[in-house]
Design a protein around this ligand. Structure first.
Ligand SMILES: *Cc1c(COP(=O)(O)O)cnc(C)c1O
Length: 375
């Protein structure tokens, strides 16, 4: 393959190690739903799912049908949970892959029911509750209509409630603990109203919740971020699995006082050597990073100085006189002893890192880290 101007590299061994770390932290009693939505957070379901299957994970979380179908093609025979309310068409199409749907209220459960009739089979669902106050798609048991909604969902012929679930709005220990307590009470009440079988599965925890508040774990934890080494939870040993790479295409010297890039957004205080990297905002390196982010060249941190262009950016490599055309540039991840971490990108962009790397996953070619097999 001819290397593209930019690419992402996925360290599948880091993901395998992260699974071990997460399992150790949450203990053997709680099964783990490995979340592979958004094409495994941009890391590529083809690379990530085999790792999870090798680790013995038998439940995965998806959002798009493509992920569910791909999982079956890859030989995954376990359970597939959808982690958002889906459209009727999506539900009908996903029934053949055995997807367990996320039911977001009575009106939405009726959509699932209609899809079930069209698909000619009952569809297992997890009924979302608003116990945590996300107010996105959960039935609100504090509202007058919540009780009747759950009874109504339980009566739909095409829908089989096998779980009750919730989702946390905040990565905050107290907030999670309070939400988990509310969910404990409401999930028991909801199971009764739904007419669900005893032992109906209860789940609400994400990576942060599962790793921070033990009482949020219930019967299953839905872990995504931690698998990829990007969680705010205080757990030692998790490693980022993704790097964003490119190479220096050209280097030029400019005198003090020169302005750099669009809108003359940067002025050189001293004579400088500037390197052009063939990656820009159209490649998912968001424009807000221009003038704020750093990259690594030969193990040194160097600033991205210009307002980014559509397909290129400028690094000031004056501090790295040995920098040459063709040198590897790391825009996220490690090089030598240095690393551009998620928190660096978050400080520079004002966004969560996942907002960036999920875009890179869609826009750039992806490779397994050298020595780990092709992607
Ligand atoms: C994405 C998602 C998760 C996983 O969250 P992480 O913080 O990435 O572990 C769990 N549940 C739902 C509903 C989600 O959308």
């Amino acid at each position: 393959m001819i290397p593209g101007p930019g690419w992402i590299e996925v360290d599948v061994e880091a993901i395998a190690r992260n699974v071990v770390v997460v399992r150790k932290a949450i203990g053997p009693a709680t099964p783990l739903c490995g979340v592979v939505k958004a094409d495994a957070y941009g890391h590529g379901i083809d690379l990530v799912l085999p790792v999870l299957m090798n680790a013995g994970i038998t439940t995965i979380g998806v959002t798009a049908n493509e992920e569910a179908h791909r999982a079956r093609e890859l030989g995954f025979r376990g359970r597939i949970l959808r982690l958002r309310a889906a459209l009727r068409d999506e539900v009908e199409d996903a029934a053949s892959a055995g997807v367990e749907e996320w039911a977001g209220g009575l009106a939405h459960a009726r959509e699932i029911d209609a899809a079930a009739r069209a698909a000619g089979r009952r569809i297992p669902v997890h009924v979302s509750l608003n116990s945590t106050g996300l107010s996105r798609d959960g039935v609100d048991l504090g509202a007058g209509h919540g009780t009747a909604e759950l009874v109504g969902i339980g009566r739909l012929a095409g829908v089989r409630p096998i779980g009750v679930c919730a989702h946390f709005p905040c990565e905050d220990e107290e907030d999670v603990a309070a939400g988990a307590e509310a969910f404990r009470e409401q999930s028991a009440e909801a199971a009764g109203l739904l007419g669900a079988p005893p032992g109906v599965e209860r789940h609400c925890a994400t990576s942060y919740a599962a790793l921070t508040v033990a009482s949020s774990r219930f019967d299953l934890v839905r872990v995504g971020a931690a698998l990829y080494g990007d969680t705010a939870a205080p757990v030692a040993g998790l490693r980022p699995a993704l790097r964003l790479l490119s190479r220096i295409a050209a280097i030029n010297a400019y005198p003090a006082g020169s302005t750099v890039g669009y809108d003359r957004g940067h002025r050189l205080a001293h004579a400088a050597r500037l390197a052009v990297v063939p990656l820009g905002y159209a490649d998912g390196y968001h424009r807000v990073l221009g003038g704020r982010a750093h990259a690594l060249v030969r193990g040194h941190r160097v600033p991205a100085v210009d307002k980014l262009a559509m397909n290129s950016l400028v690094l000031d490599v004056s501090r790295v006189p040995e920098a040459r055309i063709g040198d590897e540039v790391v825009l996220a991840g490690g090089q030598g002893g240095e690393a551009i971490l998620a928190k660096d990108l978050e400080a520079a962009s004002g966004q969560i890192a996942a907002d960036l790397y999920t875009a890179w996953g869609r826009l750039l070619p992806r490779r397994a880290r050298a020595g780990q097999g092709a992607s």
